[in-house]
Design a protein around this ligand. Sequence first.
Ligand code: PHE
Length: 342
Amino acid sequence: MTDAFAKIQALIHNTEQEFVAQLLTVQDRQQLEQLRILYLGRKGRVQALFSSLAQLDPAERPMIGQELNRLKKEFEEKLTAKLSKAAQSAKTIEQFDYSLPGRSPASGGLHPLMQVLDEIKSIFTSMGFRIEEGPEIELDYYNFEALNIPPYHPSRDMQDTFYLDGKYVLRTHTSPVQIRTMERQKPPVRMIAPGRCFRKDTPDATHSPTFHQVEGLCVDRDISFADLKGVVQVFAQKMFGQDVRVRFRPSFFPFTEPSAEYDFSCFVCQGKGCRVCKGTGWIEISGAGMVDPAVFGFVDYDPNVYSGYAFGMGVERIAMLKYQINDIRYFFDNDLRFLEQF
Ligand code: PHE
C-alpha cells in the first residue's frame, strides 16, 4: 500500500466528517446550495478527490474509485433529504392562518351547588324572606338544647356530629339559625338560612359528612299550617315546574308540633312511578312543621300571641333531582369533568 493511498483514504474520511458537521449547521436553502457546490460542484471537494486518483498506483484506483462514488451518492442523498425537510417546514409556516382566534384563558364558574342555592335564595326573597346566617361551629345549646333536644334525648342519635370541646359542635342542621334569629329580633320573622352542615356519616351515593341545607322560618300573628303549605307549594313550582304537587306526611321533630315530612310529586315521570322516585311517584324533600311552643320559651316569644312554621331542605338533594345526578360525592370530588358541565 502506497503513502498516496493512505493519504487519500484519510482525506475521504475527513471530507465525510466535515460534510456531516456542516450539513447540521445549514439554516436555509441558500446555505444548502452553497454546501452542495462546495462538495459536489465541478470544482468541489469530491471532484478534487477524483482528480487525485491519478496519483495512485493503477491497482489501487478501483478501490478508491468505488469509495468516492459511494461518498458522492451519500452526499447527494443527504442534501436531497435536507432540502425536502426544509421545503416541508416552509410549507407549514405558509399554511399557518394568522387570522385564527387565539386560545382563550380558562375561566372559573360557580359550583353547581352554589347555582342551585342562588336559585333557592331568589325564589324565597321574591316571597319576602330575608337571608340569615349562623356559624358552622355552633354551640350545643343552639344546635340541640334550645331546639328542645335535651342532652339525653334519643333524637340526637340521628344527628351524630363532631363535638369540639363539649360546648361546641359542627352544626348538624341549619335549624340553630332559627334560635339565633329569634333571639335577635321580635316578630314578625320571615327568613331563610342557607349553609353548610356536618354529620358523622359514612360517604355513599346519598350521604356526605359535609352537606348543605336551607332553613325556613316564619313567625307572626295567625300563621297556620296552610301558610307553610302555600309557601312550599310555590317554591316547588318555581323550582321544578307548574305541574309539581306537594304532599305532607306526619312525622316528628322535637322543635316542631305538629311535624311533617314533605314530598314533591316526581317531575321526571309526573307521578307515574320511575327510577328517580323508586316507583312511588313522590320524592322526599325534608322536614317541616309548626314551631313548637317550647322553642318560643327559649327565645321569649309569647306562644299565646305568635305562631310560626319552619322547614328545612337539603341543597344537594334539590340539585341532584334538578340535574339528575346519582351520587352526592360528585359535588365534593372537585373533578373538573363533572364541574364543567354546569
Ligand atoms: N332540621 C331538620 C333536619 O335536618 C329539618 C327540619 C327543619 C324539620 C325545620 C322541621 C323544621 O332533619
